[in-house]
Design a protein around this ligand. Structure first.
Ligand code: PMP
Length: 415
């Protein structure tokens, strides 16, 4: 079977004897161009403002031990066994408490499926809806991991304009109309409404309502990805879009940022038909999510004050956000950046003429790393933007990193 429409990776045809055999969809599986640099950036002397890893050291060991112990004491044999494709019922019951905080009070445990992180949920929903060439609308910019998944299913991904309240109505309307004029339907709109990755922007309450009304009118499914919602700094985030409607929204949640990404537990709240298909899809690919991990999270929720721990995380991230914004103000006052009210990221506009991708090797040489804006677009935009993450480094390291970044930018401007 040949696959002529593969774009040829450097040396791929020569080095990989299976090159001609792969399915056409694998052409969407491309390694990030900056991956090699990030490997260098993980050296301890480099201040990395690049990745988006949570500060897991902020989770006291005792809490995790207590959850492990309780799991093995009470549920050992079950935790070591296969489970159902929809996920552990006891965990799905507990997730109801979590989503109630975000205003979702009309769901039952049967409306939920647990997943192997929300990345898995993004994959599931894409697998369910996307044939090659189908249109997905996303924010400008959008989460790089979702874009990668969408590309791996050969979706036609289209960015929609945003303002400081999130996706614009005019942008979504125009994108739907453009697709229809081409004889295509929009399969779904993917949005990260709270503390967006990469921009840190939060969709306003009014905009949530308007986007939902528009999508109901136009019969477009919304995929609401909300891993950061509980990590607000001052005021809680607005209620989830899913809290306003149960039929047009697939809601994705995760324990990665409020507990640990190592547990790889996320979840989906979906309308009945979609949920049924997702369960079948999970069963056909992995049989069931890990019971061990699901029981661990269940016991964590049952045996610890997890709400207080989320408060602790919020305090930690607020201090880091402040350290980052203060040092940007001090060292790079000529730039502009978003002011996130929660989450892990700020999005920085570079001065005219600077190229975030070209500048990265110099930055890494000067022991600071960031993520170039280009990864968050499918269409080559973002060269004038960088994403800075404040979740992992201590405040002093953040300040050092921004000082180094300021040197790099000033040197580039002097060239
Ligand atoms: N969605 C968004 C917006 C994210 O930022 C991330 C993690 N960086 C994920 C989904 C995936 O998270 P996980 O699979 O760990 O739940």
């Amino acid at each position: 079977m040949s696959s002529q429409n593969h774009s040829k990776p450097a040396g791929g045809r020569n080095l990989d004897p299976w090159y001609e055999t792969y399915a056409s969809r694998t052409k969407g599986l491309a390694a990030s161009e900056v991956r090699a640099l990030f490997a260098v950036a993980s050296r301890p002397e480099v201040v990395s403002l690049a990745g988006g890893s949570p500060f897991v050291a902020g989770l006291p060991d005792e809490l995790v031990h207590a959850a492990f112990q309780s799991m093995m004491e009470h549920h050992g044999p079950d935790a070591l066994q296969y489970g159902g494709g929809q996920g552990l019922p006891q965990l799905r019951e507990k997730i109801l408490d979590l989503i109630a905080i975000e205003g979702i009070t009309d769901a039952g445990a049967d409306d939920i499926i647990t997943t192997t992180g929300s990345q898995h949920a993004i994959d599931l929903v894409t697998k369910l809806f996307i044939n090659p060439g189908d249109v997905i609308l996303v924010e400008s910019p959008s989460y790089v991991g979702a874009l990668g998944t969408f590309k791996s299913y050969e979706a036609d991904v289209r960015h929609v304009d945003m303002d400081d309240e999130g996706l614009t109505i005019a942008g979504v309307t125009a994108a739907i109309q453009t697709a229809r004029a081409e004889g295509k339907e929009v399969k779904f709109l993917y949005t990260v409404p709270n503390y967006n990755n990469p921009t840190g922007v939060t969709m306003s309450v009014a905009r949530r309502r308007e986007i939902l009304d528009l999508c109901i009118r136009e019969n477009v499914l919304i995929v609401e990805d909300n891993p950061y919602g509980l990590l607000y700094f001052d005021e809680p985030a607005p209620d989830a879009i899913r809290s306003m409607d149960s039929e047009h929204v697939v809601y994705l949640g995760s324990f990665s940022k409020i507990l640990s990404p190592g547990v790889r537990v996320g979840f989906v709240v979906a309308p009945h038909g979609i949920r049924e298909k997702m369960v079948l899809s999970v069963e056909s690919s992995i049989l069931s999510p890990s019971m061990l991990n699901q029981w661990l999270v269940t016991e964590y929720l049952a045996s610890t004050d997890w709400r207080a721990q989320i408060d602790t995380f919020r305090g930690i991230y607020r201090e880091r956000r402040d350290a980052m914004l203060e040092s940007l103000q001090e060292h790079l006052p000529m730039l502009s950046w978003t002011v996130p009210e929660g989450g892990f990221f700020t999005w920085v506009q570079l001065p005219e003429g600077l190229d975030s991708k070209q500048m990265l090797p110099r930055a890494v040489t000067e022991l600071v790393a960031y993520t170039p804006g280009t990864g968050f677009y499918v269409d080559g935009r973002g060269r004038d933007k960088i994403r800075l993450s404040f979740s992992l480094p201590e405040p002093e390291r953040i300040r050092l990193g921004v000082r180094r970044l300021a040197n790099v930018i000033n040197e580039e401007l002097d060239l």
